[in-house]
Design a protein around this ligand. Structure first.
Ligand SMILES: Nc1ncnc2c1ncn2[C@@H]1O[C@H](COP(=O)(O)OP(=O)(O)O)[C@@H](O)[C@H]1O
Ligand SMILES: [Mg+2]
Length: 243
């Protein structure tokens, strides 16, 4: 099976900090891939490099077999890569619907009229329809997270990158989010999901990658990966077995 997205040997430094260290990974079509790793291990940097917000010092990125390493962020977006941000930053002065319209028009190069119906559908799917005309800046945390997801979907992505979207949600809210992400995936969107809320990840993903110090240290069947000593060491310290 040929990958929809592939990273080959990506390295990125910020001064003395090695944020990505010869990182290679692939995402298969229709796959949901989970990514875990400690704070500061380079997970968000990987998304920044995939989307073109940050430029890698070394390495290559391919989307559907075509190299996109040198493309600018908006060109990658037009080709079907969309993301949510760990720290939501909607256009606070605009309404919820306007936030989606901006995303859809920008990513798809279509008129507002053409994309508006789909934007309303996405608001319904993400539970935001009743707040379509509310100012984005006044939303609660849950609704800001929903808006992050909705904005990414409005770009009509082939590859959806989710960055810690479950943190801070109640169990019930988390369940709704899992259902939503499962639905998105069943429509043929390939997903990479960075998440600390591991049970949410395990409910959705087909494969799990572990990153530490910018390096990929494991990649495989989610429950098997979670059971490895390397993961126990990261999450519970070298004495992890004793916990
Ligand atoms: N724009 C930046 N400028 C300087 N250092 C950065 C920048 N982005 C990330 N870093 C550093 O790179 C490392 C990896 O960060 P990040 O990718 O955000 O980790 P994670 O998402 O896994 O918590 C951290 O040490 C962080 O401080
Ligand atoms: Mg991060």
């Amino acid at each position: 099976m040929s990958a929809i997205l592939q990273l080959q040997g990506i390295s990125k430094r910020y001064g003395a900090v090695v944020a990505s260290d010869n990182l290679s990974l692939h995402l298969n079509p229709d796959e949901a891939l989970g990514v875990i790793g400690p704070n500061g291990s380079g997970k968000t940097t990987m998304f920044n490099i995939i989307t073109g917000i940050a430029v890698a010092d070394r390495g290559h990125i391919f989307l559907e077999g075509t190299e996109i390493t040198r493309l600018r962020a908006f060109e990658r977006c037009r080709r079907g890569i969309a993301r949510s941000f760990q720290i939501p930053h909607p256009f606070g002065g605009m309404s919820v619907l306007e936030n989606l319209l901006v995303s859809a028009v920008f990513a798809q190069g279509e008129s507002e009229k053409k994309v508006s119906h789909r934007c309303l559908e996405i608001l319904e799917e993400t539970g935001l329809l009743g707040k379509a005309n509310v100012r984005a800046g006044s939303l609660t945390l849950l609704d800001r997270k929903r808006l992050e997801l909705a904005r990414a979907l409005a770009a009509n992505p082939k590859v959806l990158l989710l960055d810690e979207i479950a943190g801070g949600l109640t169990e019930q809210e988390c369940r709704l989010l899992i259902e939503e992400i499962t639905r998105i995936r069943s429509r043929g969107v390939s997903i990479i999901w960075i998440e600390h809320v591991v049970h949410a990840l395990l409910a959705v993903v087909d494969r799990l990658v572990v990153i530490n110090f910018g390096k990929k240290i494991d990649d495989g069947e989610p429950h098997t990966v979670m059971g490895t000593q390397a993961v126990k060491n990261i999450y519970m310290g070298p004495e992890g077995d004793a916990v």
